[in-house]
Design a protein around this ligand. Structure first.
Ligand code: IPE
Ligand code: IPE
Ligand code: MG
Length: 250
């Protein structure tokens, strides 16, 4: 495998976040769970702002997992509605700031009105370069790898590809985040230390950061602390620390 890893970067190019803890935030205040999801929008705005000011190229936010359909129908409905409202209210602002919006996940399960808004938002912002904001919605890491395998299998079946030519790079090129740098920093709020079927393939060498802060509590200061933690880490990608230090000094 060619070594294209970035050993010395202090500011991540790509941050991926599991925005967890909205329900508990609301419960602590005696509010319905949905109030927590709504409050979490402020944290999204704060994190996007920091990414823009720090020159972070990509931000991927886990908004709705393929397993979140298991929640009570009322909560699922309210989340879908919040997604629509957010697209209606935030896209113009994001566009003004040069943000490119991309939605990854199986969007075919969403209502047609929501799918239309997704397409419109992606088209409007397609030429922007300040930040790529990726929203993972009805996303699952296993789904992502499976859909990539399916499309490669179809090529093989058509005789366009030899099974022996399937490489990690080819797999990568069929995944939802193809063409984007791999996440350098993963953050999960809410205290849980698990991946919950988020980016399984892409997190192979990502630095992991867990915080007990609930998502609506996660602000620009909390994000700065996470970025500081990242800056203090030595990434080795399989090499020894001596090798990495030599590369830095060279
Ligand atoms: C994360 O917050 C948001 C979504 C999964 C949509 P939760 O709703 O999972 O909040 P907790 O974990 O129950 O506190
Ligand atoms: C992960 O959070 C999904 C999102 C934040 C969208 P969950 O709250 O669904 O994860 P589990 O169920 O605690 O693993
Ligand atoms: Mg949760």
């Amino acid at each position: 495998m060619p070594d294209t890893a970035d050993y010395s970067r202090k500011v991540p190019r790509h941050v991926a976040i599991i925005m967890d803890g909205n329900g508990r935030w609301a419960r602590k205040r005696g509010l319905p769970r949905f109030a927590g999801h709504k409050a979490g929008m402020d944290s999204v705005r704060a994190v996007v702002k920091v990414c823009l000011s720090e020159g972070i190229e990509c931000l991927t936010l886990f908004a709705f997992s393929s397993e979140n359909w298991r929640r009570p129908a009322e909560e699922v409905g309210l989340l879908m509605n919040l997604f629509m409202v957010a697209l209606d209210h935030e896209v113009k602002k994001l566009h003004k700031h040069g943000v490119r919006l991309r939605i990854v996940g199986d969007v075919s399960a969403f209502a047609p009105e929501l799918q239309q808004r997704i397409v419109a938002a992606e088209q409007l912002t397609a030429g922007n370069t300040a930040l790529t904001l990726i929203i993972a919605a009805n996303y699952g890491g296993r789904w992502d790898i499976t859909q990539a395998a399916r499309s490669i299998a179809a090529e093989v079946a058509r005789g366009e590809l030899d099974a022996a030519d399937i490489t990690p790079e080819l797999m990568q090129s069929q995944l939802s985040l193809a063409g984007l740098p791999e996440p350098d920093l993963f953050i999960r709020t809410g205290g849980e230390q698990r991946i919950s079927n988020f980016l399984l393939w892409q997190l192979a060498y990502t630095e992991l950061y867990f915080t007990p802060l609930l998502w609506p509590e996660f602000d620009d200061k909390a994000f700065a602390v996470a970025l500081e933690s990242f800056a203090g880490r030595q990434r080795r990608f399989g090499r020894t620390d001596e090798q990495v230090e030599q590369m830095r000094d060279a």
